[in-house]
Each structure stands twice: as C-alpha cells, then as structure tokens.
Design a protein around this ligand. Structure first.
Ligand SMILES: NC(=O)c1ccc[n+]([C@@H]2O[C@H](COP(=O)([O-])OP(=O)(O)OC[C@H]3O[C@@H](n4cnc5c(N)ncnc54)[C@H](OP(=O)(O)O)[C@@H]3O)[C@@H](O)[C@H]2O)c1
Length: 294
C-alpha cells in the first residue's frame, strides 16, 4: 500500500459502525461492454478488484444488474472471503432486458428477489448498505418512493439489509424517505462539470450523510475539458486525476467510486487522493460547473 496516500481519509456512515476510506471503487466496469455479459478479460477484472483492495480501498459499489449477476460473481471470486473492513454497497431497482436494456423495476416482489440475488451472488449473509435506485437513466423523477422504500425497510427489519441509501433522488424524495428509515448515503449523478446537486450535497454534508457521485469521470462520456487539461499539465498528472481530486476536496462527505476495468487507471485514480489542488486551480475548476464543457 502507498503509505503517502491515505485514500482521502475515513468517513463513517451516519448512525452506523461502518467506516470507509473516501476513495473507493465502482465495479460497474467489471462487466462486459454496455455493462452486459462477461468482461472481455476475466483475469483483468479480477486483478483490478484485488489491486483495489490491496491498495487499501475498502468501499466497493456494485449491483446485481451489472452483467447482470456477473459483476457480483466476479467480486466474490476475487475477494471472498471478504476482509472485515471491506464494505460492499449494492443497489436495487432495475433489471436488464435480453437486449441489454435497463428496465426500472421497484415492484415489491422484484426488490425482494434482488436482495436475495445480491446475497447469493456476493455470498453474504447480510448486505451492509443497499441503495434504492429510482428515477430515469441519470436524472431523478418526482415519483413517490414510499412503497419501494418500505419494502427495503421490511427487509432491513428481517436482517437481510443493515443500512439503506438512495440513488438518483431529489431532495423532496430524500425528505419523503426520512420518516420511513434512516438514510446513510445518497448516490446521484455529479462531477466537476455536472453540478445540479451542489445545494443538495451541501445539505447532506451538514447532516453527515454520505454523498457518492456516480459518473464522477463522466461515465459513458468521459469528461473532456481544456480546464482539466491545463490543470493536469500544471500538476503533472492526468485530467481524470484532477477531476477526482476536485471531488474529494469539494466536500468532506464525498465518497468516490470511480469505475475502471484497468489496473493502470485504478492506480491513477487512487493517486487523486494525494493530489493537492491550489486555490487558483480549484477556482478555475469551480467555474466548470457554470460553463459548457468542450
Ligand atoms: N446509481 C447509479 O445509477 C449509477 C449509475 C452509473 C454508475 N454507478 C456507479 O458509479 C460508478 C462510477 O461510475 P462509472 O464507472 O459509470 O463512470 P466513471 O467512473 O465516471 O467513468 C468510468 C469511465 O472512465 C474510464 N476511466 C476510469 N478511470 C480512468 C482514467 N484514470 N483515465 C481514463 N479513463 C478512465 C473508464 O474506462 P476504463 O475501464 O478504460 O478505465 C470508464 O469508461 C460505477 O462503477 C457504478 O458502481 C451508479
């Protein structure tokens, strides 16, 4: 492990005994093209997961709809039996069509089945944190989440889930959730160039709730920006590393789960946790949320 890099320091999910390093790993890229079917190179996928954990990463984000099932099975193959301090966070609320399409499904039967599928494919007795994933592909809708969240709360009472988070939600949906169960994290679309959640992020920080951005590097359309390029040249690193460093410095409740299928990119991404951005560079990056990206 790189002793110079503390992976962004530790964060404890509110009201839990779960503490993770702020630099984690998102396992979506472990599956094949379009997050469907097996990876082109299973050994490379196993190597990325093992290297992440050997580097000190102890927060892995996944879902049984990656693959489907395949990403979880590869996590199990790479890392089971899991170390005591490893937290695997999963999400439910969608399934895959035979044509690789993403089908949102928060019906009670399907949510129960999804929790069982995650337990089986990850070989866990209890899921540490499950995110209820709602809304569209990358933006929330304002539909009520009471019914599906109540199903997860029941599964929590039955001991199959320890803690619950939300994904792709609005502040209104977060408020709707509070009386039903404690919410320990929110996983929404956010990065240096996509900042609709700035206010929500600050509110969650004040409340001690983790904010876990998906698409931190732009997801299927990786970030491209002359501001990132200039900062990377000045800091002798890559634009992706700068984008991750900015996120870590943006807020202390920010937990990162960048996704990659490559050990080289994983190492690069982890290096972001030891990159200090000057005030001048941070100010320029802050402006990226207000201008269109090239
Ligand atoms: N809740 C949700 O709805 C939702 C949606 C999407 C994702 N997620 C979660 O969020 C995690 C992160 O999102 P993501 O993986 O979709 O997107 P991302 O982390 O923004 O970007 C991943 C893309 O960036 C590339 N990449 C990664 N590191 C790089 C580097 N250092 N240099 C150049 N390219 C690099 C990857 O390609 P290579 O494989 O070639 O490195 C991949 O194409 C996922 O793994 C998943 O766990 C959640």
């Amino acid at each position: 492990m790189n002793t110079q890099n503390n992976l962004g320091g530790a964060f404890t999910f509110p009201g839990t005994s779960i503490t993770v390093k702020r630099m984690g790993y998102g396992a979506m890229q472990v599956a094949g093209p379009h997050v469907f079917g097996p990876p082109k190179d299973v050994n490379a996928a196993l190597a990325v997961l093992r290297e992440a954990v050997e580097s000190g990463v102890n927060h892995i984000d996944t879902s049984d709809f990656y693959g489907p099932h395949i990403t979880n099975q590869i996590i199990k193959q790479a890392l089971h039996p899991y170390g005591k301090d490893l937290t695997i966070v999963t999400k439910v609320g969608a399934r895959r069509g035979d044509d690789s399409s993403w089908i949102m499904d928060t019906s009670p039967e399907f949510l129960r089945q999804s929790v069982e599928d995650n337990l089986r494919n990850l070989s866990l007795d209890v899921l540490p944190i499950v995110n209820l994933r709602v809304g569209g592909v990358s933006a929330p809708s304002e539909a009520s989440i009471t019914e599906p969240l109540t199903v997860l709360a029941e599964l929590q009472q039955q001991g199959l889930i320890q803690h619950i988070g939300l994904s792709n939600v609005s502040q209104k949906q977060f408020d709707e959730a509070r009386p039903i169960t404690k919410i320990v994290c929110v996983q929404n679309y956010y990065n240096v160039a996509h900042r609709e959640d700035d206010g929500f992020l600050d509110r969650l920080n004040a409340e001690g709730v983790a904010y876990v951005p998906f698409f931190p590097l732009g997801g299927f359309t990786p970030l491209q920006s002359s501001t990132l390029d200039d900062a990377a040249s000045a800091l002798r690193t890559t634009p992706m590393v700068v984008a991750l460093a900015w996120l870590l410095q943006r807020s202390s409740n920010m937990l990162l789960i960048p996704g990659t299928s490559s050990v080289a990119h994983l190492r690069e991404n982890i290096s972001a946790a030891s990159l200090q951005l000057s005030q001048d560079i941070s100010d320029k990056l802050n402006e990226m949320g207000h201008v269109s990206v090239i």
